[in-house]
Design a protein around this ligand. Structure first.
Ligand code: SIN
Length: 216
């Protein structure tokens, strides 16, 4: 995570980023969008949360993980967002509002957690909470690992190869496959009517590999 261009003054959080991210100013409210581990591992204080989506991206296991779910010698794979060709494409996830008094602390915590190649960007978020129907958040922080970072692996995008890599990988945060299973479970729980092909197909390939290894 590079933090050049980021002003962490709590009333003026700003983000300038590379790649295809929207560059914008965000309000004094600090919202962060989880679409990967942030969906199921919330190890920071929150004021409130909403389920919903952001537009114009696809969630893909195109980022090597050398610090959480793999090692330098044997990297794992975690998700990042890639710009979608299809303008109607959305990524579902969870928006968290950070309490005012904790903004700086949470920002530093998340920057550290997402340090392996992720940049902060700002995009609009669209709520699917029953009591928030049709509402949006103008600027929400996303952590996105763009093609420019050293751990980007989107050029190796065969799903079977990704499954093999994940199946073999373990890191300080645990087995890589656990990351996939937890994310898939959370997506089913929050968005029972949405079929995330890339994620669910990968989950299927990993379960097959598990079955094979259990059966010798
Ligand atoms: C996220 O969850 O939003 C970022 C990617 C990750 O940490 O898995």
């Amino acid at each position: 995570m590079t933090d050049t261009n980021i002003d962490t003054d709590e009333n003026n959080l700003q983000s300038l980023s590379t790649g295809d991210c929207v560059v914008n100013e965000i309000d004094s409210d600090f919202w962060v969008f989880g679409y990967g581990s942030l969906v199921w591992k919330v190890d920071f204080p929150i004021e409130t949360q909403q389920i919903g989506y952001i537009k114009g991206f696809q969630r893909r296991f195109y980022q090597n993980s050398i610090d959480h779910r793999g090692t330098v010698e044997k990297p794992g794979r975690v998700v990042t967002l890639v710009p979608a060709d299809d303008e109607t494409s959305v990524v579902y996830g969870v928006a968290y509002k950070i309490p005012k008094a904790k903004q700086q602390e949470v920002l530093e915590h998340l920057d550290y957690r997402e340090k392996n190649g992720y940049e902060r960007c700002l995009v609009p978020f669209y709520s699917l909470n029953a009591n928030k129907a049709g509402e949006s958040i103008r600027n929400i922080v996303i952590y996105v690992a763009t093609k420019e970072n050293d751990s980007y692996a989107g050029h190796k995008n065969d799903l079977n190869d990704i499954a093999n890599q994940i199946f073999e990988a373990h890191g300080p945060s645990g087995p890589n496959r656990e990351y996939v299973f937890r994310l898939a479970d959370a997506m089913r729980q929050f968005f029972p009517h949405h079929n995330d092909d890339h994620l669910f197909e990968l989950e299927k390939l990993l379960k097959e590999r598990e079955r094979k290894s259990f059966n010798g």
